[in-house]
Design a protein around this ligand. Structure first.
Ligand code: ADP
Ligand code: MG
Length: 383
């Protein structure tokens, strides 16, 4: 079943599994470790999400979770009506399933898998929504100067991060020669999108200029799915809720009797520690961490976020948490800033309206250091 994952964030407890000199890691379960941000609010603890449930309100907390896109999707909403809450959640889960069939590169019959097979040969017509997600991804590539790049797929494969049939990372350190051969295929500039019919903007084709180019939406897909699920919930009449998709969070309205939602920032070096807390409302939070998916060979740790420009997994960055207005932006930028590193990363965050963030990394001496944007500091101080 693990082959079905969109981005391979495994839900089961895959701790270090050692074969010869290679060890594969999915550190702890995703709710504990993949979630660098957790909620702290009131008195109801649920998978790191603590939500308030005051007695003096007719609003009841409804929570459900499903396993989809290879990750756990939690939805918590406040509603007076059980019926409305159930119906809304059902619609939101269906929406995420729909998106999985669009964006998965683990499902052979998804739209993205078809594009990955056919667009290397010729320009092919592509589902309009998928084209828009790809265009949005290219926009994030431009913003991060190539740090975020959905054409990273051949590198993810070469380094063995997609895993075998059982979902285990196969972990492989490629030779320089192997890397050199693959790197030209990895560039968002290899994606060519054309309009077939000038009267119908949605009628577009996609073509990969390099025969080895492949797309992986693992660093943006969950964020996009969170935004779409939130849209569905709001349309179904839900005014207060929180979606948490393996660390991609969107919170709207507020818990009854409170002004906003409180998010705890996890310590990437110790999952039991909370480094601080901040309040959000109508905001998204996403975290990318080096502990989420990695393998160790010869005592060297190789984590799943790869610098598309060098072909190498990013080192020394422990986690990046981004707060923004929508979950697509938070997801893409948490990965992109992870690649850019502490200096360029913060500079980028500071240059963007409505985006704040914190980067936790190891300096040259092995000390754990935090860099945060001025707005993020203010968020922490206010809470
Ligand atoms: P996760 O979704 O696992 O919480 P991310 O959002 O940071 O974490 O996405 C990481 C995934 O995105 C990787 O597993 C890989 O499939 C893909 N990826 C790796 N490096 C990059 C990159 N530089 N740009 C875009 N996608 C990447
Ligand atoms: Mg991401």
């Amino acid at each position: 079943m693990y082959r079905l994952f969109v981005n391979g964030s495994l839900g089961s407890n895959y701790k270090m599994k050692i074969t010869k000199k290679v060890s594969y890691g999915f550190s702890l379960s995703f709710v504990v470790l993949l979630l660098s941000a957790c909620l702290l609010d009131g008195n109801l603890r649920w998978n790191n999400v603590i939500a308030s449930e005051p007695n003096d309100t007719a609003l009841k907390l409804h929570r459900r979770s499903v396993y989809t896109m290879g990750s756990l999707l939690n939805i918590s909403i406040y509603s007076e009506s059980d019926d409305r809450a159930e119906r809304a959640m059902e619609k939101a889960f269906n929406e995420v399933d729909r998106l999985d069939w669009l964006m998965s590169n683990y499902k052979n019959d998804s739209e993205l898998s078809r594009i990955n097979r056919e667009a290397t040969d010729r320009p092919v017509a592509c589902n309009g929504e998928l084209i828009s997600i790809i265009e949005e991804s290219i926009r994030f590539s431009n913003i991060t100067r190539g740090g975020f790049d959905i054409t990273v797929s051949p590198l993810v494969k070469l380094w063995g991060f997609y895993g075998n049939a059982d979902g285990d990372i196969t972990g492989n350190v490629p030779s320089e020669d192997e890397l050199k051969k693959i790197i030209p295929s990895v560039s968002y500039k290899n994606i060519k999108i054309d309009v077939l019919d000038s009267d119908n903007w949605s009628d577009r084709t996609i073509f990969f200029k390099n025969r080895k180019t492949q797309i992986d939406l693992g660093a943006i897909g969950k964020g996009y799915a969170v935004d779409k699920a939130a849209e569905v919930l709001k349309k179904a009449g839900i005014t207060s809720g929180l979606i948490n998709f393996a660390g991609n969070i969107y919170a709207f309205g507020s818990p009854p009797g409170r002004k906003d939602w409180v998010i705890g920032l996890k310590d990437p070096t110790n999952s039991d520690n909370i480094k601080g807390a901040f309040r959000i409302k109508e905001r998204a939070v996403a975290t990318s961490g080096d502990y989420e998916r990695f393998f160790i060979i010869d005592n060297k740790k190789y984590a799943h976020i790869i610098d598309p420009r060098t072909g190498m997994p990013v080192r020394s960055m422990l986690s990046v948490t981004i707060v923004s207005e929508d979950a697509t932006t938070a997801d893409a930028l948490s990965t992109g800033v992870f690649v850019l590193g502490p200096i360029d990363g913060i500079e980028l965050i500071e240059s963007l309206d409505g985006v704040e963030g914190i980067l936790i990394f190891e300096d040259r001496n092995g000390n754990v250091v935090e860099n945060m944007s001025t707005g993020f500091k203010a968020l922490l101080e206010k809470s």
